[in-house]
Design a protein around this ligand. Sequence first.
Ligand code: ADP
Ligand code: MG
Length: 394
Amino acid sequence: NKMTNEAIAKGERQLLLEARAKFVEKFGREPAAAASAPGRVNLIGEHVDYCEGFVLPVALPFLTLVVGGYNNKEECNIISVLADGQELMTSFPTPSVVPLKPGSPAWANYVKGVVANFTGILRGFDAVIVSDVPMGSGVSSSASLEVAVFTFLEALTGVRVNPVKKALLCQKAEHEFPGMPCGIMDQYIVTLGQKDHALLIDCRSLEATQIPIDTKDIVILVVNSNVKHQLTGSEYPQRRAQCQTAAEQLSVSSLRSANVKDLEKLKRNGCDELVFKRATHVVNEIHRTEETANCLRQNDFKRVGELFYASHDSLSTLMEVSCPELDQLVDIMRPLPGVLGARMTGGGFGGCVVALVNREQVDDVKRKILSEYNGSPVFFVCQPSDGARVLQLT
Ligand code: ADP
Ligand code: MG
């Protein structure tokens, strides 16, 4: 059955009903404030954020939604209801009483980091979190949670924060509390996303540009491979270090400042083979990302598809961050009618493939993947969606 392999967004109304009912059940009163924030998928620009390149994510229709209200105490009580109904719970004193520190449970660090970095004065509050953003699948449930909590605190206190500042504070929260040295992409798109647009983010200047996507005839199909290979954990820092080495050998501050001629120079100067491969990916991927943004503006989806395949092949053979499952998904899709392009998205070694597919052929494509993929895929058909917002409770 196709439906069991399909992740359907519940939508804001449904999630708000669920969160409200749970809040009333747990705290015995109506919530006073509410906010939501989406997940995201990166269309192209992979493993280039730490080289000051461009990334091009879209916000997804999946949401994290937070409701709550002041409790007239000096403590914060937060319940998160997971997709399977499991309830997580955390309590901590307001930051004005005891400065917050990271600790256990691990999930609460995403919330605490945001509370600790919020710009306004906080009194004690109770809150319920519900979400249909798949967790740990590479669609950034973490940034969705952070930005949803931050936006909820804005709704609760009436303090409104500039969206770019909000994204930067949520990134800081993820660095300080869960201890994840993430780039700026996730918090930016989750905060700044707009319906029917991708966001071209310049990771050097931190400038962000809305790129319209005409989805009349095409869909963005995300296929979750449902695998996550446990590596040593050194893969990501290794790639970063190799790119830094290439930049140093070229006497530039980051590979953003390198071009194709510089790659020849690296080779001539006898640079390490792996360093050369990583640099080649980064320099070309940055160009592909800028070109993709231009092609989307012109509805040249055929060319966007070619750039997706080129990106995947480069991530697989030069960056070496793919895996057999992601390669298989892309190889299944490559010859299919209606598929314009496909590539792994996210850090790699598992997670999702993102593809551009003709709208009327998407069901055939899913069927083919279901019958050929050696795993259990989950599909999301993704309409580019709005970023975080305060919700009305009346
Ligand atoms: P991704 O951001 O790609 O989904 P991460 O590993 O960065 O994966 O973040 C996933 C973690 O974020 C989860 O393990 C959990 O600790 C936390 N998290 C995300 N969403 C929620 C939620 N709704 N409730 C509680 N914790 C959450
Ligand atoms: Mg994350």
